[in-house]
Design a binder for this molecule. Structure first.
Ligand SMILES: Cc1cc2nc3c(=O)[nH]c(=O)nc-3n(C[C@H](O)[C@H](O)[C@H](O)COP(=O)(O)O)c2cc1C
Length: 166
């Protein structure tokens, strides 16, 4: 399977990046870091069509499975990922043909945070977005990191996650 990891954190070497590296290595996946791309806010006038959004969607539709990696910021996905999902509106309006190719695409989320559990607000966002877009949403992997991410502390959860999606 051709896996793609989309990293959406405010730091490219932080906890979520470290977790996404472990997952990408296990799945032999390529990683795209949104920090290295230019993806603008949704624009009702569609003046942003030459930014990196459409090339990334093209990369996503040519993958078999997409893993979104985000920290929990204020009970929600990161602003980088939210900005990216806002732009999916373009795929329902001006880029419908490309948008249709997303139907049935399997996706999952890996996340880090400091609270023991993922908040409901976080998980339901992805469930609702997936339902609306017809994405096949797989169970998330959450690693609670009160300090720096240490893969050894999450070995069992990581192995269980990989087993389920690989
Ligand atoms: C702006 C901000 C908001 C945060 N909000 C939450 C939160 O709501 N719940 C939580 O568990 N952790 C929260 N945290 C902690 C981060 O999720 C945690 O430190 C995470 O591992 C950071 O990942 P990163 O290194 O990729 O940024 C927040 C951190 C920041 C910087």
């Amino acid at each position: 399977m051709n896996f793609l990891v989309v990293l959406a954190s405010s730091r490219s070497d932080g906890n979520t990046a470290k977790l996404s590296r472990v997952i990408a290595d296990s799945l032999q996946a390529h990683t795209v870091d949104l920090q290295n791309l230019s993806i603008s806010y949704f624009d009702y006038e569609s003046r942003n069509q030459s930014d990196d959004f459409i090339p990334l969607i093209e990369r996503i539709v040519s993958s078999d499975f997409v893993v979104f990696a985000t920290p929990v910021y204020w009970y929600s996905m990161s602003a980088q990922l939210k900005t990216f999902f806002d732009r999916f509106t373009d795929l329902l309006t001006i880029n419908k043909e490309l948008g249709r190719k997303l139907r049935g695409m399997p996706i999952s989320v890996i996340a880090t945070g400091t609270e023991p559990e993922l908040p409901l607000s976080f998980t339901s966002q992805f469930e609702l977005i997936s339902g609306y877009l017809g994405l096949k949403y797989h169970e998330p992997l959450y690693c609670c990191c009160p300090d720096e991410f240490n893969p050894q502390h999450h070995q069992q959860a990581i192995q269980g996650y990989i087993k389920k999606i690989a």
